[in-house]
Design a binder for this molecule. Structure first.
Ligand code: PHE
Length: 348
C-alpha cells in the first residue's frame, strides 16, 4: 500500500464513520460505533498492524497519517460521547426537578385528648395556687382505698362505689381518695399538705354517662388553720375557672364517709341557664364534684393529730367535666380512640 492508496482508504473510512455517527443515539450504538471504528477488529487497528510491512523510509509519513486518522475517528466518538453525557444529565435534571410551588407533604400533628385537656387545666389551676401533684397506683390495697378512708369492711358506704376486687385485700381503686392516705402517711403525720392527685379509677358502672373506667382529680389540703370557708372559696374559684366567671355555683349538704361535713357542688345548667331542661333533669343545676372537711377519723388513721390539724378534700370527675364542657353525649367516646372525635378538640 502506498500513501495515495492509504489516503483513499482513510477518507472512505472517515466518511463512513461520519455518516454512521449521525445514527448513534444511545449508549449501546455508541459502543458499537467505538468497536467498529476504533476497536480490535477495526480497519484502523489493521492499518496499524500493516505498518510492519511499510518500507522504513515511508514509516514516518504513514505513522503521521495513521495518527491523524485515529484522532479524527476518536474525535467523532468523543464528541458524541460528550453530547450524550450532557443529554443524559439534562434528562436526569429534568426528571429530578422539584416543583417548589407544589403543596408539601402535610404532617398530621396530634391534638390533645379532651380528657387530658381537662386534667391539664385543673392541674395548672391548682399548681398556680401552690399545690403539688401526687399520684398512686391504680391497683390499690383495700386498706388504702376503703379502710383508711373511714370505710371499714362491713360499712354500707362500700356500696356507693361498687368496686372491682383483685383478691381479698386488693382492689382496682374506686376513687382517687386513696392517694390521700398515701400522701398523709408519706408526711408521717407532720406538717401541712396541699396536693392534687389526677388519675384513673374503676367502678362497676356502665351507661351513657358512666364507664367502668373514668378519671378523677382528688384535692387535699391539711393545715392547722384550714376552714370550711377555704374549701368553699377554693372550689368556687375552680368551677368558675372551668365553666366561666358568670356561671353560678352552689353547695348542697351531702355524705361521704371520709369527710364531715360533706358537700356536693353544683353549677348552674349551661344548657338552660337554670330554667330546667333534660340535661339538668329539670332542676336547673348540674352536680360536678364531691367534697368536705377531712373526717377526724381519716386524719387520725393516717397519722395526723385531729386536735391540731384540719383539712378539706374534694374529688372531681374528669370525664364528667369534659362531657359538660364540650357537650359530649357518651362517656365511651373518650375510650374508643376515634381520631375524628379527638380532632374536634384541636386548639390551633
Ligand atoms: N371520693 C369521692 C367519690 O369518688 C369524692 C370525694 C373526694 C368526696 C374527696 C369528698 C372528698 O365520690
Amino acid at each position: 500500500m502506498d500513501i495515495k492508496e492509504f489516503d483513499e482508504i482513510s477518507t472512505r473510512e472517515i466518511a463512513l464513520a461520519k455518516e454512521e455517527i449521525t445514527h448513534v443515539d444511545n449508549r449501546m450504538t455508541l459502543e458499537q460505533f467505538k468497536g467498529k471504528f476504533l476497536g480490535k477488529k477495526s480497519l484502523l487497528t489493521s492499518l496499524y498492524q500493516s505498518m510492519r510491512e511499510v518500507p522504513s523510509d515511508q514509516k514516518k509519513d504513514f505513522g503521521l497519517k495513521l495518527t491523524e486518522m485515529k484522532n479524527t475517528l476518536n474525535g467523532l466518538f468523543e464528541e458524541k460521547e460528550e453530547e450524550m453525557k450532557s443529554l443524559e444529565l439534562s434528562r436526569k435534571l429534568e426528571s429530578e426537578k422539584i416543583d417548589i410551588t407544589l403543596p408539601g407533604n402535610h404532617k398530621r400533628i396530634g391534638s390533645k385528648h379532651p380528657f387530658y385537656a381537662i386534667v391539664d387545666e385543673v392541674v395548672d389551676f391548682f399548681v398556680g395556687l401552690g399545690f403539688s401533684v401526687a399520684s398512686g397506683p391504680e391497683v390499690e390495697s383495700d386498706y388504702n382505698n376503703f379502710e383508711m378512708m373511714n370505710i371499714p369492711k362491713d360499712h354500707p358506704a362500700r356500696d356507693m362505689q361498687d368496686s372491682f376486687s383483685i383478691d381479698q385485700s386488693t382492689v382496682l381503686r374506686s376513687h382517687t381518695s386513696c392517694v390521700q392516705a398515701r400522701v398523709m402517711k408519706a408526711m408521717a403525720g407532720k406538717g401541712p399538705v396541699k396536693v392534687i392527685c389526677p388519675g384513673k379509677v374503676y367502678r362497676r358502672d356502665n351507661d351513657a354517662t358512666h364507664s367502668h373506667q373514668f378519671g378523677q382529680i382528688e384535692g387535699l389540703v391539711i393545715s392547722e388553720d384550714c376552714t370550711f370557708a377555704n374549701l368553699l372559696e377554693t372550689l368556687t374559684l375552680l368551677l368558675k375557672h372551668l365553666f366561666g366567671e358568670k356561671r353560678e355555683v352552689r353547695f348542697r349538704p351531702s355524705f361521704f364517709p371520709f369527710t364531715e361535713p360533706s358537700v356536693e357542688a353544683d353549677i348552674q345548667c349551661f344548657e338552660c341557664n337554670g330554667k330546667g331542661c333534660s340535661l339538668c333533669k329539670h332542676t336547673g343545676w348540674i352536680e360536678v364534684l364531691g367534697s368536705g372537711m377531712v373526717h377526724p377519723n381519716v386524719l387520725r388513721l393516717n397519722g395526723y393529730d385531729d386536735k391540731k390539724y384540719k383539712g378539706f378534700a374534694f374529688g372531681i370527675g374528669i370525664d364528667r367535666v369534659a362531657m359538660l364542657k364540650y357537650g359530649i353525649d357518651d362517656i365511651k367516646r373518650f375510650y374508643t380512640n376515634d381520631i375524628d372525635f379527638i380532632e374536634q378538640f384541636r386548639k390551633e
